[in-house]
Design a protein around this ligand. Structure first.
Ligand code: ADP
Ligand code: MG
Length: 476
């Protein structure tokens, strides 16, 4: 992305140090907070969540494109989740070799067999993009992935615009400060949860945040909880362990945990194999899926967010299956796809292997994992593919074109890290929220955005992984 801050400011170390001090205080004042690594389960000592000193220039047109396509992505995810034949076919090769996806798929099949007990669907997702740099200097919006499970930073990103506006004012860049958009995903996500809670229709029932063991990023979730409490909607935070110990279904399949009826389960944990520490944890997931509670996401929406599904969607004709009479929607979604390639057994997969081995730097190799740090880049792609290319093991992965955004300079403010000018890449996310009851889509919105920025030395990893930091787009 283009350079925003003039070079004389960027290199004025005294000024930068002053601005960084102001910025950190402002982040603390505005509530851009994170618990510290040493005490992830206590709020006695907290710090600011890592963020950029300056906002990053983003072309207005691509920013608006990302927001505009989001409701279509919501619809797409929802339609996929309701299409068992598609999911079965898309994931067949993957579940033969990937135990985690296979396990999720078995839950999905069991729910289909028993029949879904709840017709209310709540989807909160985030579609992530990078701006691929074209040769003529323009950039095009390319999707990295869509997160249908525990998409985070809707809370903290709601507090970022004030912080960056303040920094720019102090830096005497008043006009720039006015080019930072308002952003409040927390309110929109909460609005969707509230809608699902209302439709569930019991005053006594609560919204359960199913949270991680280590809760460093608790404030991100607290913003959503606060929004719900403002509407007099009670929320509780529970771990898998609580559900294992006390979770039950009554004869109407109403879910109770620690004696309370649960209207909505909002999963912020459960997307990684290591989140399932025992058979009981898997039983707890199944119990919640079988229940009358509204699940965010339900198991089929979870599967709709896999990287294998993303790759299958990019095949010719597949989007048309979901939007048969809306070529303009197909076009709008497809315009955001990067090249995605199958590694299924057969000539097409063989061709993908050959292509990747010949030019590994052009691609990213992705297993079916979430949470950062799992993707494979560069020469390591060759190492991995050489090992699996003759066997079905290769179908656990997909191959994707590497997106090449322009870099820009910034300062990444992170607790205990030295202040130094850093070459950075950014990733733009759009938050989607929808609620459906039966055939009736009662809410379908784009509720905000997220900009994350990281040093260009890192190929992978998000904010929680300690690589990326929170940012704001400066529309240009
Ligand atoms: P995860 O589910 O672990 O978040 P992602 O697909 O989002 O997996 O990839 C993690 C990170 O790797 C992204 O945030 C991005 O920085 C980088 N990345 C992923 N895919 C690409 C790609 N096609 N081109 C360039 N960078 C990528
Ligand atoms: Mg990601």
């Amino acid at each position: 992305m283009a350079q925003g801050i003039p070079q004389d400011v960027m290199m004025n170390t005294t000024l930068i140090q002053e601005l960084a001090d102001v910025a950190k205080d402002e982040a603390l004042l505005k509530g851009v907070l994170m618990r510290i690594q040493e005490t992830p389960n206590s709020s006695e000592l907290v710090s600011y969540a890592p963020f950029t000193l300056f906002p990053t220039p983003v072309p207005k047109a691509v920013f608006q494109q990302a927001l505009a396509v989001q409701t279509h992505y919501n619809t797409l995810v929802d339609k996929i989740s309701q299409d068992p034949d598609f999911l079965q076919e898309a994931l067949a090769s993957t579940i033969a070799v990937d135990d985690f996806t296979a396990r999720l798929f078995r839950i999905h099949q069991q729910i289909l067999k028993e029949g879904r007990s709840q017709s209310i669907v709540l989807g909160l997702n985030r579609s992530d993009y990078m701006l691929d740099q074209r040769e003529d200097g323009s950039s095009s919006l390319k999707q990295i992935e869509i997160n249908t499970f525990a998409a985070s930073f809707g809370g903290l990103s709601s507090r970022m615009p004030d912080v960056h506006r303040h920094i720019l004012r102090v830096a005497n860049r008043l006009q720039d400060s006015q080019r930072i958009q308002d952003n409040n995903p927390a309110a929109g996500l909460a609005r969707a949860i509230a809608k699902a809670w209302e439709l569930y229709g019991s005053e006594r029932a609560v919204v359960m945040f199913l949270v991680e063991e280590s809760q460093r990023n608790i404030f991100d979730q607290r913003y959503i909880e606060s929004e719900l409490w403002k509407r007099n909607i009670p929320t509780v935070r529970k771990r898998f362990g609580n559900v294992c110990k006390t979770g039950t279904l009554d004869q109407d399949k109403r879910l109770f945990v620690d004696g309370q009826e649960i209207a909505v389960v909002y999963f912020r944990n459960g997307y990684m194999p290591q989140n399932y520490t025992s058979e009981q944890t898997w039983d707890a997931r199944l119990l919640m899926e079988r229940s009358l509670a509204v699940k965010c996401p339900d198991i089929s929406t979870h599967l709709a967010g896999t990287k294998k599904v993303q790759q299958v969607l990019a095949k010719p004709g597949v989007l048309e299956r979901f939007f048969p009479d809306q070529p303009e929607v197909v076009e709008q979604i497809r315009a955001t796809f990067a090249g995605l390639y199958t590694l299924d057994m057969g000539p097409e997969g063989d061709q993908t292997v050959a292509m990747a081995l010949a030019a590994p730097d052009r691609f990213v190799l992705k297993p079916q994992r979430e949470g950062g740090g799992n993707n494979i880049y560069g020469s390591e792609i060759c190492d991995v593919l050489q090992g699996v290319k003759e066997s079905a093991e290769r179908t656990a992965y997909i191959l994707m074109d590497k997106i090449r955004p322009a870099s820009g300079q910034n300062y990444l403010l992170r607790r205990d890290a030295p202040l130094k000018v850093t070459n950075c890449l950014s990733e733009l996310g759009a938050f989607g929220a929808y609620v459906r009851r039966g055939e009736d889509m009662v809410m379908n919105e784009c509720v905000g955005h997220l900009l994350r920025t990281k040093s260009s030395e890192h190929s992978d990893g998000g904010v929680a992984a300690g690589v990326a930091v929170l940012d704001d787009p400066l529309l240009v």
